[in-house]
Structure formats: structure tokens, C-alpha cells
Ligand binder design. Structure first.
Ligand SMILES: [Zn+2]
Length: 459
């Protein structure tokens, strides 16, 4: 950073920070291409203590390598993604714990999500329940609802997958996604007096906007309790949900009733395709920016985010309390899933897709400066950019980037043929708006709970 043409802007950004009364090193505000929009984002929302709205964007498995890979491929090494141009950036640690509360250095998405959703760490695989005692822990979405805020969750995974699940459900194990999947959660079943599967809990929570995949999970039959004999989708309709399954349905959804969007039977198929990494590498390849498995009418994450923001804002306008805003989480889930599969093109396409959702969120915040926007990840992942002359022992692929250069990406955190693994590295957290300065330095992901809670003054 600090190349000459940007010197004036940096100085100005730093001055704006000082005016706001917060001492932030100039480097923290540095951005080579964000330009004036960064500074205006800072001066508009920064320094304010209270946020009306929070938009939290999660790249699942989106460590620094995943961000760099997407940047290099799409906008070039000297370019900047939307997520690169937040005014304030820090790092946070993501470790989970064992049942005795001792560190487990590599988290999964369930324990990680529980960290920011509840402010407390848990064991891998668990959804917003405590590590040893397996007791439900209050989530940020539950607090937001209790305080009269509208709430939403958007994901490219199944809506019952770990990252969306941590907001509006409590489960002993992340596998307990639908009523037919309760084997690992004996004490959570409705028959045992528990809250039921993640799908049932999500609609019982009456989250205002739920958009993602997982239709097959919601089409499972409920076998116990008051909704016995119905599918979870029918239960949702009984609870007042509008159920939509494609972009036209989503466009027609109106505020006034909660919305459940189920855009694929399982995870939403990814946007880009290409050759997976292979032992000994691949021929230089360009990614294909389409996927025949992605049905026509599947809304993009960007479009879903835009609609979710409209619905949540309208709901609060209709409520008559102009001071109350919303909490929205948006997850780019398949960065992680394609990283596990050593599929660089799938992974890059999903990172670029999340980045367009970040642009939507930041555009909203530009119009509504009382909005805290945070972009982060839940854990690091396997992909590494290595020299072209390297011969990694695991899987690798050579890509030809949009700027015409070759790039080699390596996937070697597990034996070829097995699922590649998460890593225990710290990950980026970037923010703008009220309380955004809390992301600076090195924090832990449980502190994100406090940041959101403080910004929204949730009691
Ligand atoms: Zn994963």
C-alpha cells in the first residue's frame, strides 16, 4: 500500500477517522481502488454508536487464500474485490473447543457459526448448544427478534446446513436437518419434548426471510407433535409463510407474511464449473462461467440479498416503529464445498458470487448509513496459490486468469481422493458502519456476537 497516487486519499481517510474520534492506523483505512466510496462510507456511518440494521456476510471457508485466488482470477492481482474495499479490516481466530472447553484448533462450520451466533464456543458439529452440557444458548437472531427487529437468512447451501442453522435452531448435531434425520439428536426430538429438527425449528422461529436450498429436507414428513403427518413446507405454510421456489416466485413475494424460498432440492448448484485439481496438475484451464446443473430461474445470491433487504425494510416500515431495523445474514456456502472437492473454478465462482452480494449490502449501507455491514468467514480452507514450478504431492490445477497469466492452485490438506480439509488459520473480518472499529486488530469470532449486539443495542 501507500503508492504515491493514493497518498492524498489515504491522508484524507485517516483525517476522517480522527474526526470521528477513533484513532485508527492509516494502514487500516488503506484501499487502493475503493476510493471515495470508502471514505464516504466511513464518514457517513462511522463514529455513530448505534446501528438500525446489521448485514452479516459469511464466506464459508473463505480464508485469505480463497479471497486472493478469486481476486487474482477475476479482477487481477492489482485489482480489488468489493470485499477488499471495506474501510476497516482485522483478523479473527476461529478455533472450537472439546467437551471440556479445551481448544480444538480446527473448527467446523457448526461450532464456528455458534461462536458468532451465541458469543460462546462449542464442540465441532454442534448447533448453538453448549459444549459439555448440550444446553441451548441464545442466538443473536433470537435476541434481534425479542427486540422487535426483522430477521433474515440467505444461503447457497441447504437452509438447514450449519451456518444458517446456528441462527434459528439448537441441535446436538448438525446432521439433524429434517424430521427424518434425527438419529444423532435423541434429546432434540419433539417426542422427547425437544424442539425438533433444524428445518422445523427454523420455521417455528418465524424468521421473516429464509432463502436458500434444501427443498427435499423441508418436504420430509413430520412424524411427531402437532404438525404430525405434514411436511415441514406445509407446516411453514400453516405458520403463514409464502413458499417460493424460483426467481419469479421470489419477485412476487410481498412483505406482510414471512417468506421461505427453496431454490434447489439440496445445495443450490454453483455458478461456475471447470476441471477439478488433479495429482500432477491439470493443463492450463479457463473456468466456465455457467453450470448446466443450475436450473433456469435459480436466483443469484446477489438477487436474493437484494430482495431480502427490500422485504426486511418493508416489514419494519409496515410495523410503524421507524427506529427498529433488521438483522440479515447472507452466506456464500459453496466456497467451502468446492474447496473440499478441490474444484478451483467452482470455488472462485462462488467467491465472486458472494462478492456481488457484498456490493448489494454496501450499496444499501451507502443509502442507509445506520447499517453495520460485516464480511467475514467461518474458517480457513485448503486452497493455496503456489509457484508455477512447484510440484505439490497432492492435487493441483493451473488456471489462466482474466489478465492472461497462469496461476497454480494446490489442494494438499488430505490424501488425494479424500475430502480436502479446513485449516486452523485466522481469517479476515472487515466492516463499515456503527461499531465497525471493533473488528480491528486480532479478535476472536465470539466477539462478533458482542459487536452486533452492541451495535443494535440488543437486550
Ligand atoms: Zn467445510
Amino acid at each position: 500500500m501507500g503508492s504515491r497516487p493514493y497518498g492524498r486519499r489515504l491522508a484524507w481517510g485517516a483525517a476522517a477517522l480522527l474526526v470521528a474520534g477513533v484513532a485508527v492506523p492509516a494502514a487500516a483505512s488503506a484501499s487502493q481502488s475503493g476510493g471515495a466510496s470508502d471514505v464516504s462510507a466511513l464518514s457517513a456511518g462511522h463514529g455513530a454508536k448505534k446501528a438500525k440494521n446489521v448485514i452479516l456476510l459469511i464466506g464459508d471457508g473463505m480464508g485469505d487464500s480463497e479471497i486472493t485466488l478469486a481476486r487474482d482470477y477475476t479482477v487481477g492481482a492489482a485489482g480489488r474485490l468489493n470485499m477488499d474495499t471495506f474501510p476497516l479490516t482485522g483478523a479473527y481466530t476461529t478455533y472450537s473447543v472439546d467437551k471440556n472447553g479445551k481448544p480444538d484448533y480446527v473448527t467446523d462450520s457448526a461450532a464456528s457459526g455458534t461462536g458468532w451466533a451465541t458469543g460462546q464456543k462449542t464442540v465441532n458439529g454442534r448447533i448453538s448448544k453448549s459444549p459439555g452440557t448440550d444446553k441451548p444458548m441464545t442466538t443473536i437472531l433470537e435476541l434481534a427478534q425479542k427486540n422487535g427487529l426483522a430477521t433474515g437468512s440467505v444461503t447457497t447451501a441447504e437452509l438447514t446446513d450449519a451456518t444458517p442453522a446456528v441462527l434459528a435452531s439448537h441441535a446436538t448435531d448438525r446432521s439433524c436437518q429434517g424430521p427424518a434425520d434425527m438419529k444423532a439428536c435423541p434429546s432434540d426430538t419433539v417426542a422427547k419434548g425437544g424442539p425438533g429438527s433444524i428445518a422445523e425449528q427454523s420455521v417455528n422461529h418465524k424468521v421473516d426471510v429464509l432463502l436458500g436450498g434444501g427443498k427435499a429436507r423441508f418436504d420430509q414428513k413430520i412424524t411427531e407433535g402437532p404438525y404430525r403427518g405434514m411436511t415441514v413446507t406445509e407446516q411453514a405454510q400453516k405458520l403463514g409463510y409464502q413458499v417460493v421456489t424460483d426467481d419469479k416466485g421470489l419477485a412476487g413475494a410481498r412483505s406482510g407474511k414471512p417468506v421461505l424460498g427453496l431454490f434447489a432440492p439440496g445445495n443450490v448448484p454453483v455458478e461456475w464449473t471447470g476441471k477439478p485439481a488433479a495429482q500432477g496438475g491439470t493443463d492450463p484451464q479457463r473456468c466456465v462461467t455457467s453450470n448446466p446443473e443450475r436450473a433456469a430461474g435459480t436466483p443469484s445470491l446477489e438477487a436474493q440479498t437484494r430482495k431480502a433487504l427490500q422485504l426486511l425494510e418493508q416489514k419494519q416500515k409496515d410495523s410503524g416503529d421507524r427506529k427498529k431495523g433488521f438483522f440479515l445474514q447472507v452466506e456464500g456456502a459453496s466456497i467451502d464445498k468446492r474447496d473440499h472437492a478441490a474444484d478451483p473454478c467452482g470455488q472462485i465462482g462462488e467467491t465472486a458470487s458472494l462478492d456481488r452480494a457484498v456490493k448489494v449490502a454496501r450499496a444499501y449501507a451507502a443509502e442507509h448509513p445506520d447499517t453495520l455491514v460485516v464480511t467475514t468467514a467461518d474458517h480457513g480452507h485448503t486452497s493455496q496459490i503456489v509457484p508455477l514450478e512447484a510440484t505439490p504431492p497432492g492435487l493441483s490445477s493451473t488456471l489462466v486468469t482474466n489478465e492472461g497469466q497462469q496461476l497454480k492452485v494446490n489442494y494438499s490438506t488430505n490424501t488425494p481422493g479424500k475430502s480436502q480439509e479446513h485449516t486452523g488459520t485466522q481469517v479476515r473480518i472487515a466492516a463499515q458502519g456503527p461499531q465497525a472499529e471493533r473488528v480491528l486488530g486480532v479478535t476472536d469470532q465470539t466477539q462478533l456476537f458482542t459487536t452486533i449486539r452492541t451495535a443494535l443495542s440488543l437486550r
